[in-house]
Design a protein around this ligand. Sequence first.
Ligand code: NYM
Ligand code: MG
Length: 263
Amino acid sequence: MTHTSYLTVGKALNFGAGVVRRSLNFQLNFPHKFFIRRIQMGHNNHTCSLRGGKEDSRGALVVLEGLDRCGKTTQSTRLVANLEKLGHSAELWRFPDRTTSVGQMISSYLSNKSQLDDHTIHLLFSANRWEKRSLMESKLKSGITLVVDRYSYSGVAFSSAKGLDIEWCKAPEIGLLAPDLVVYLDIPPEKAAERGGYGGERYEQLEFQKKVGQNYQVLRGPTWKIIDACSPMEDVEEQLQEMVLDCVKTCQEGKPLSCLWSC
Ligand code: NYM
Ligand code: MG
């Protein structure tokens, strides 16, 4: 009998999940953990997401996204400091991670020191996330919350703004860790452009950022929350912290990791 048929048996006999779980735990030589997860399976993500028990206690994967100059870097820095003050272990991460050799190629491209084909740079951004995947997973499993300044959504929103097919852009991201929460700092591109000007890197142009903003809208999913990035900095900070604490608590209570854009 497979785990699926156990579920069916439980359902047919009209047992509550708790009754099925208790009796099976004691009576059957069966991989309980997997079975219980099957019962608790729910869709609260655009990936297949499962609710777990204490054995799945971990840190949260929180991603901040938005246009250039929306305040992500300031807010993610403050968020990590606030989480630590509240006794949570948290780390600030960012993509691109310019410290690796792949990251250095990306950095040189962004600062116009090198030219690369659009597909090639897209894959490098993705590779830069893949080279960090296992470290991210072990940090999360050890209870550390990761606050990540940009992730796969930047990858897709920026590359597709150059005309690359959105599904093609998503493909290399499949299998990376799915964030528990994506906070989008929402700012009109014109307002972002007024904020001290852009830094001269590739992509920091108003017309391009408008397209990026439209692409981000296409990518929005159930794990996304939007904050008005034109609000005073302290208000953004407060809203962000509230959202993140909620998510940290859920992950601490137990939530298995899932993968991006796949089931
Ligand atoms: N960017 C960032 C991409 O085009 N693809 C990606 O996968 C990521 C992570 O790099 N304009 C773009 C967005 C930014 C630029 O990021 C550098 P930052 O946060 O300005 O250092
Ligand atoms: Mg930037």
